[in-house]
Write a protein that binds this ligand. Structure first.
Ligand code: NAD
Length: 289
């Protein structure tokens, strides 16, 4: 397939390289990052999009996505698909999809989970919103970049699934960390705590697969001095998006709101920036009530 790929940063570069390695003809554009191997450089987003059957974007936020969409939609060929894999606000995803449809194109929001390792190894999970025919066109490409794809519904459904999942993740990580900190102060051994909780009703992905306590459970960023992994500021981005969506949809999400406030404080006022999001544990253990 002829693919335009816009945004070749930490995630986009390995994703585009995997498409090229699979034999697709990939033309890329980024305002700063170098081209990954196998990808032909274009000198603008428009040049990357022209003549492509699918244009994939992997950009920092919804505002930049809207700007890029404004420039590429008018030059894309009729019937082509604009597939945004960035994590952006639901309103921007829906607005861009509407704009593409009005121009005779199809559009998908297809955010990912799995991080940089998943992008490099082609093991991402894609959560997709948009029409079935566009999904059918792009699915073989997603299968190269990832190992699981869920078509969640209409435009915006992919972003909705992503921020709901990550809101749960933020809340359960905080709950797991504060429980470990309480256990410490009660004199409960962390290993015993893990043995009980990981097989009991308090279990979660945060405890069982990504345990925030060093030396306990499976290997995780806690065992590597809390180097990310999934950085606290990326968790904050997703919690901000969940709260923006909750306000826009008039949904009551008090735990998500509190998680957003704690990660904001952690990143902006404490030592959370650049650390894994599970570094909430040393934050809690160093504090009293
Ligand atoms: P990044 O900052 O490394 O990459 C973004 C790229 O977009 C940069 O190379 C930047 O130069 C480029 N860019 C910015 N404006 C542009 C424009 N107008 N035209 C062309 N290129 C432009 O970020 P990333 O880590 O690759 O993340 C990309 C997206 O994926 C984000 O929305 C992020 O939330 C999401 N995401 C990231 C991870 C992760 O672990 N890094 C995991 C899941 C989802």
């Amino acid at each position: 397939m002829k693919i335009g790929f816009i945004g070749l940063g930490n995630m986009g570069a390995p994703m585009a390289a995997n498409l090229a390695k699979a034999g697709h003809q990939v033309t890329g554009f980024d305002t700063a990052a170098p081209m990954p191997s196998g990808v032909t450089a274009a000198d603008s987003a428009q040049a990357a999009a022209q003549g492509a059957e699918v244009v994939i974007t992997m950009l920092p936020n919804g505002q930049i996505l809207r700007t890029v969409a404004d420039s590429v939609i008018p030059v894309m060929q009729a019937g082509a698909v604009l597939c945004d894999c960035s994590t952006v606000d639901v309103d921007s995803a829906r607005a861009v999809a509407g704009q593409a449809r009005a121009a005779g194109l199809a559009a998908l929001d297809a955010p990912v989970s799995g991080g940089i390792g998943g992008a490099q190894n082609g093991t991402l999970t894609f959560m997709v919103g948009g029409e079935q025919t566009a999904f059918d066109t792009v699915e073989p490409l997603l299968a190269i970049m990832g190992q699981k794809t869920v078509h969640c519904g209409d435009s915006g459904a992919g972003q909705s699934a992503k921020i709901c999942n990550n809101m749960i993740l933020g809340v359960t990580m905080i709950a797991t960390c504060e429980a470990f900190a309480l256990a410490d102060k009660l004199g409960l051994d962390r290993g015993k705590m893990f043995d009980v909780v990981s097989t009991s009703s308090g279990s979660s992905w945060s405890m069982n697969s990504y345990c925030p306590a060093p030396g306990i459970g499976p290997n995780s960023p806690a065992d590597n001095d809390y180097k990310p992994g999934f950085a606290a500021e990326l968790m904050l981005k997703d919690l901000n998006l969940s709260q923006q969506a909750a306000t826009s949809a008039d949904a009551d999400t008090p735990m998500g709101q509190l998680a957003q406030q704690l990660y904001q404080r952690f990143v902006e006022d404490e030592d959370g920036r650049g650390r894994d999001f599970s570094a909430m544990l040393p934050r809690f253990t160093s504090r009293g009530r």
